[in-house]
Design a protein around this ligand. Structure first.
Ligand code: OXD
Ligand code: MN
Length: 580
């Protein structure tokens, strides 16, 4: 197979000349192709068959133990001008980066097959969707990309029709961490990634294309590519509103997107549109509309159980690829927080010994088709997306941030998103639990200077007067004994229903210096075991602590120099005045 698109044909030929594979395989995305790849990987040991009685069509992949997470320190934005990448990114000159990568790719696919993966991020018939082609030497990448994107013939047809596509070149190389780089060339819509087989570094449609390249492209084209889940909230009267919510990696986006309302709050229902990435466009009616560019979930396994996320748990009982989980004696997948079963083999494939750490890697994952989710939204594949009523920003903050507050308007909301902070997690290599600023949860994913990115966000106030309301939420407040003060999970619906009613205009709020908080009596706590004092603390602000926070946000905004929009600084001064 080949293509009528001359640029694609030429690129594949050039890459083959450089990387010298034994074979070239153009992926069509068919069941037969997938089956053959799985059979081949079972033979090579790249996949292990799980218990087919309990988990039909489920497989385990064990990655190299040095290759288990995103590598932010090895991820670069390579624009001609360093300033364009901004202090939020590592930068390398494109000529230097290309020379370095071409040297690493030379001969890298000898003895291997080069797979050409045409894919479409988003519903294939959507004007908001964008296509790409990933070239890889990893069959694990092929079978994961088939789940995570519209991959194969239909995507190739669209590429041939549109003529534009993002080029992503990937090789696992020799998995040497010293020769591992994830390079982005947004000016040429190109990605080059070598030395890692981990999802976030190797499934190039996901973070590399749908966030870093897409955010850059979105700025020039007038839309937003965001690290957000998308969900529908249906109230007891049967009305559905859609929200998009940005949380840093491994902070519960998948759990929130699949939430099951608590039984003591009857009549509500949640619909999942997406769990990780959201592309926002202003529709012809002025309404902000969201599509999920992904077709599957690459979710964090640990902590997933029938109580925390029954929908995800059900979703991953069949046709799922697990990466770096542990195994029970009868070959079922197991991870910490599973609540049932006993691990006997750890994620490295060794007999489980608690002395060696957790049985499953803390960043072990499942890859599964989104359509297997019992609450998959019937509108998830709508070509013009779903209309967004509210945008939520949230992080892990054990102190300071109240349970929920509403921004005064869009411009103030952009400040709320820009000033966001959260504790780091195992989704990226490096220390865990360190609070860092993570604007709009995009710190690892924005393909250009945050100062310009905030300006782009602000510009939407001039594009439409039908903008969503903006909120900040925090499920992770802890008391002085380190107990979580809010139960989280399904009970987060109590906060979502307040937000829903605010969008309807049917509930009031208390105005504070940082924004509008719920009046305690307006938060539905029916059947919830929570002390009035705890609730009071969750729904109030500590002015002293916020004064310090505002100072720190000011210092952070200043790091972006002349790129920081004056409007954001003005907003911050207003908050400061209100706190005085
Ligand atoms: C992810 C991440 O895998 O954010 O979604 O790291
Ligand atoms: Mn993510």
């Amino acid at each position: 197979m080949t293509t009528t698109n001359a640029a694609l044909k030429q690129w594949v030929e050039e890459v083959a000349k450089l990387t010298q594979p034994d074979k070239i395989h153009w992926c069509n995305g068919s069941d037969a192709e997938n089956k053959a790849l799985i059979e081949q990987m079972l033979v090579t040991g790249d996949l292990i068959k799980l218990n087919q009685k309990t988990h039909p069509n489920c497989y385990l992949h064990r990655s190299n133990p040095t290759d288990v997470a995103r590598v932010e320190h090895l991820t670069f934005i390579c624009t001609k001008n360093k300033d364009e990448a901004g202090p939020n990114n590592n930068w390398m000159d494109p000529a230097e980066a290309n020379a370095k990568m071409d040297a690493l790719f030379a001969g890298a696919m000898k003895g291997r097959t080069l797979y050409v993966i045409p894919y479409c991020m988003g519903p294939i018939n959507s004007p908001y969707a964008r296509c790409g082609v990933e070239i890889t030497d990893s069959p694990y990448v092929v079978i994961n990309m088939r789940i995570m994107a519209n991959m194969g013939d239909a995507a190739l047809k669209r590429i041939e029709r549109d003529g534009v596509f993002v080029k992503g070149l990937h090789s696992i190389g020799d998995l040497d961490p010293n020769k591992r780089f994830i390079m982005h060339f947004p000016e040429n819509l190109t990605i080059k990634s070598i030395g890692s087989g981990y999802g976030g570094n190797a499934l190039l449609g996901k973070k590399c294309h749908a966030l870093r390249i897409a955010s850059y492209q979105a700025r020039t084209e007038g839309w937003l590519a965001e690290h957000m889940l998308i969900m529908g909230i249906q109230n007891p009267a049967g009305k559905t509103r859609y929200i998009a919510a940005a949380f840093p990696s491994a902070c519960g986006k998948t759990n929130l997107a699949m939430l099951i309302p608590p039984s003591n709050i009857p009549g509500w229902k949640i619909w999942t549109v997406g769990d990780d990435i959201c592309w926002l466009n202003v529709g012809s009616d002025g309404q902000m509309r969201a599509i999920n560019p992904e077709a599957g979930y690459f979710g964090v396994a640990p902590g997933t159980n029938l109580k925390t996320n029954p929908n995800a748990y059900t979703t991953i009982q069949h046709d799922t690829i697990f990466t770096n989980v542990a195994l029970t004696a009868d070959n079922q997948p197991w991870w910490e927080g599973m609540k049932e079963g006993t691990p006997v083999i750890d994620w490295r494939g060794n007999p489980y010994d608690p002395k060696n750490g957790p049985a499953a890697h803390p960043n072990s994952r499942f890859t599964v088709n989104a359509k297997q989710n019992p609450c998959y939204s019937p509108h998830a594949d709508d070509a013009d997306g779903v209309p967004i009523s509210a945008i939520l920003f949230g992080g892990r903050r054990r102190e300071l941030a109240p349970l929920v507050y509403e921004a005064r308007d869009w411009t103030h909301g952009v400040l709320v998103g820009a000033g966001m902070a959260s504790e780091t997690t195992a989704a990226a290599t490096g220390a865990v639990g360190v609070v860092r600023r993570d604007s709009m949860a995009m710190k690892p994913f924005c393909g250009y200077n945050f100062g310009d990115y905030w300006q782009h966000w602000l510009s939407f106030a001039d594009r439409t007067d039908k903008l969503p309301k903006i909120y900040h939420v925090n499920w992770f407040r802890q008391d002085k004994d380190n107990n979580f003060m809010w139960p989280g999970f399904g009970d987060n619906l109590r906060v979502l229903s307040w937000i829903f009613d605010r969008c309807e205009g049917t509930v009031g709020a208390q105005e504070t210096a940082i924004g509008n908080l719920p009046n305690a009596q307006d938060l539905n706590t029916s059947g919830l075991d929570i002390q009035p004092d705890t609730l009071k603390e969750l729904l109030s602000i500590n002015k002293d602590a916020w004064r310090t926070e505002v100072e720190q946000i000011g210092e952070y905004l200043n790091e972006f120099g002349t790129h920081t929009p004056a409007k954001l600084k003005d907003q911050l001064s207003d908050v400061k005045k209100r706190l005085a």
